[in-house]
Design a protein. Structure first.
Length: 607
């Protein structure tokens, strides 16, 4: 007769337990691959269906110049030139179709996710890393930036890599361990990443400043700890002054010092371009965004965690995301506080620090783990602080746009993921955190899928493709196209160029740069030979201002209705220099409602 204890361990039960354990381990092992595959689908699916909007077409135009001309035009841009230079080389290899132009951003988005996974796994363990990767893969802010032919996704990749590398240097601990882990190589990669974020986007400046502040905080803490260890080291007095000095030198914080040096080196590489960027910031030209209100911060948070749908559907996700962000921040910062009196042991010392698991974080417990988790939390707080810093600056000179804030989405996802093991440790249960993460991921999935579907609509306020198609059907050799402003010029020139209109039909595209353009000043990106101003017309007349216009040819005045339906600063008809022959309203394709463009046929009287 079997005892009760033996009955509890029947072979069938043992087999089921083993299968369950193996299934769980297998699920955790393959989940990063599955999540990266999902992220790739969300970033690449229908990537070329939607036409380029004005900013993307501006990227194409700037990248189409030779390098010397590209740099000359970029000096008047609020964006450093690394992205258009790289895009120029990419176009030379893979062409300039919509999907090809957006692919570098999509690849940079996947690189960001790889860094998120590596950082979270190194700091918190595999399961929290899977959660962080899932949140970042579904982030609407990251998906949006990864599906645009702009520099934002690349900036996010550089910034995320920079924070990860800085954290590794600051949280390394004793120099012996640092050397074995390739500290110099890490510092070199950090210098490259910092230089990359600065040369990619102007917001790399406050981001690099926050990174330098974090590195300096790490160095100050390491110096203070070094002094405390030196003062309490009983062997220093017995070893004599020289040997004691050598022993104390073994605790010099090389990691933070290398982090500071790498950031300074990366920043120094940007000095040649800094005067041009400061000149743009000081030129008094208004930016397209207005002064942000507090709701801009809330909207950025919502986009970072894909809460962009209906309020009643997204409210649970908002509550969960805010709760886990707060819990994760408090948990990470509290870990080291409760263990600060424990001496940090050298590698090889006996004993282990159990405080690493006291807040629910799994993984191996070693002497440096509380230190790493604490500095992990501090790094994430510094990284997320980019939003309030830019928001405060924008109260004086508005530059705030959620698209520029992609660099805060990865650390925010990491903080939310850190809240799960922290909450599990506080509640001594994994049930509630598991339910919360399931609800949050389901909510984010709804927002992410809905966003990708909306971005696949070809006429989504981007009428350049349809308008260019209409122009090709109307224009004849010897005609010219006159775009009513730079916003119209960029996509119309791109789609006419793609359709061969300027080559096959001999149609030149010019930009009308009138006075009083209140919204977008992008004429400096256009070659001066293609810019027509009122002063030029008064000086030489329309015939000489448009050298591409042949005798008897027509001028096709084009206005795209993507935010400005009225003619901006265009009033040459009042002087009788041009006569209007016809007017065509371009409507959205596929039966969708709305007027998306306007084409006027103009001629010089008597021509």
């Amino acid at each position: 007769m079997r005892s009760e204890g033996t009955a509890r361990w029947r072979p069938a039960q043992v087999a089921r337990a083993l299968v369950s354990s193996r299934a769980a381990r297998l699920a955790v092992a393959v989940s990063p691959v599955m999540l990266l595959t999902l992220a790739a689908v969300l970033r690449f699916i229908n990537l070329g269906d939607r036409e380029l909007f004005r900013d993307e077409a501006a990227s194409w135009l700037l990248s189409s110049y030779p390098i010397s001309a590209l740099l000359d035009h970029a000096r008047f841009e609020a964006y450093p030139p690394l992205y258009p230079v790289a895009l120029s080389g990419w176009i030379g290899l893979f062409g300039d179709g919509e999907a090809a132009l957006r692919t570098p951003s999509a690849l940079a988005g996947l690189l960001t996710l790889a860094v998120v996974w590596a950082w979270a796994r190194e700091a918190m363990g595999r399961i929290p890393a899977c959660v962080a990767l899932a949140l970042a893969a579904l982030s609407v802010l990251l998906i949006d930036d990864a599906r645009d032919a702009r520099m934002y996704a690349i900036e996010t990749a550089f910034a995320t890599a920079s924070w990860w590398l800085i954290w590794r240097l600051v949280a390394l601990g004793p120099p012996e361990r640092a050397i074995r882990r390739g500290t110099v190589l890490t510092a070199t990669a950090l210098a490259i990443a910092v230089a990359g974020e600065l040369w990619t986007l102007a917001l790399g400046l406050p981001s690099a400043a926050l990174q330098m502040a974090f590195a300096c905080a790490g160095a100050a803490a390491a110096v203070r700890a070094t002094r405390e260890r030196s003062a309490t080291d009983p062997d220093s007095a017995r070893l004599g002054p020289i040997a004691g000095l050598a022993r104390r030198a073994a605790w010099i914080p090389r990691g933070p010092a290398l982090a500071i040096g790498a950031i300074a080196l990366g920043a120094a590489s940007f000095l040649p371009w800094l005067p041009a960027l400061l000149a743009v910031a000081d030129n008094g030209q208004p930016f397209w965004t207005g002064r942000p209100h507090l709701d801009a911060i809330v909207q950025t948070f919502d986009r970072a965690v894909s809460l962009t749908g209906q309020w009643d559907l997204m409210l649970p996700g908002q509550v969960i995301a805010v709760l886990l962000t707060i819990v994760g921040t408090l948990g990470l910062l509290d870990i080291y506080r409760r263990n600060r009196r424990e001496p940090v042991r050298r590698p090889g010392d006996s004993g282990a620090h159990a405080g690493a698991t006291s807040s629910g974080f799994g993984g191996r417990a070693d002497a440096l783990r509380p230190r790493r988790l604490r500095w992990f939390g501090i790094a994430l707080v510094f990284a997320v602080a980019l939003v309030p810093v830019v928001w405060l600056y924008s109260q004086f000179r508005p530059i705030y746009d959620a698209r520029y804030m992609g660099a805060v989405a990865p650390p925010l996802c990491l903080l939310i993921a850190a809240g799960l093991p922290t909450l599990a440790g506080w509640l001594h249960s994994r049930v509630v955190p598991s339910v919360l993460v399931i609800v949050l991921v389901a909510t984010m999935s709804t927002g992410a899928i809905g966003f990708v579907q909306s971005r696949s609509v070809s006429s989504d306020l981007n009428p350049g493709r349809e308008t260019a198609s209409q122009l090709l059907a109307l224009a004849r050799p010897g005609d010219v196209v006159l775009a009513n402003d730079a916003r119209t010029y960029f996509p119309v020139d791109y789609y006419l160029d793609r359709a061969g209109g300027d080559k096959a039909l001999g149609i030149d595209v010019y930009d009308w740069y009138g006075l009083g353009q209140p919204f977008y000043w992008g004429t400096y990106l256009i070659s001066q030979q293609k810019v027509v101003t009122p002063a030029l017309i008064d000086r030489v007349g329309w015939a000489r201002a448009l050298p591409g216009l042949r005798p008897g040819g027509s001028i096709w005045l084009v206005t795209l209705c993507n935010g400005a339906r009225d003619d901006i600063g265009f009033a040459p008809l009042n002087g009788g220099q041009l006569s209007e022959q016809s007017r065509l309203l371009v409507t959205a394709p596929g039966g969708l409602p709305g007027e998306i463009g306007q084409i006027r046929k103009l001629q010089i009287p008597g021509s």
